[in-house]
Write a protein that binds this ligand. Structure first.
Ligand SMILES: [Cu+2]
Length: 170
């Protein structure tokens, strides 16, 4: 029994150590209005050693996926990606119009100024998983960006194409 407890502690400790090699900056979640079923979370992730982002979860959303947005002909489309490569030392941007964390089946409205817990799950080259617990501020636009940047919202409404319960039309 005592041995088991020790093992658990070690796993926790190594997880924390691993998490320190991944830096997340500028993270935020787009605010929602009542009845809105989906929104996006955005951030910059820099991993010191190459890892993959293999999962995301949040207590406020039933389904959380990593999405990619791409132009296909004239149409902006998005799809879920099973994992996102984070090359060593390179900052990968999750931003409106590009990769983003899609939070669907929202269980509550996300008012501006509130905080949303988000758990990122990473896998390293050896297949070892680690988790990073974050608290993201809810905002209308990226914190620090100019008000004019809110036009990114227009692109994001392309969610309606594949997610009928997505964001309401603007
Ligand atoms: Cu999306």
């Amino acid at each position: 029994m005592k041995l088991k407890l020790l093992a658990a502690t070690l796993v926790l400790a190594s997880g924390a150590l691993f998490a320190q090699t991944i830096e997340v900056t500028g993270a935020w979640v787009r605010t929602t209005v009542k009845g809105q079923q989906a929104t996006g979370a955005f951030m910059n992730i820099t991993a010191r050693e190459a890892v993959r982002l293999v999962g995301v979860s949040s207590p406020v959303a039933g389904v959380v996926e990593v999405h990619e947005m791409k132009m296909e002909g004239d149409v902006m489309k998005m799809r879920a990606v099973p994992s996102l490569d984070l090359p060593a030392g390179q900052t990968v941007q999750l931003k409106p119009g590009g990769y983003h964390v899609m939070m669907m089946d929202l269980k509550q409205a996300l008012p501006k100024g509130s905080m949303v817990p988000l758990t990122l799950v990473f896998k390293d080259a050896k297949g070892t998983e680690s988790k990073l617990e974050l608290k993201l501020p809810v905002s209308v636009v990226a914190p620090g960006s100019m008000p004019g940047m809110a036009h990114g919202m227009t692109n994001h409404s392309a969610h309606d194409v594949v997610a009928p319960q997505g964001e309401p039309k603007q």
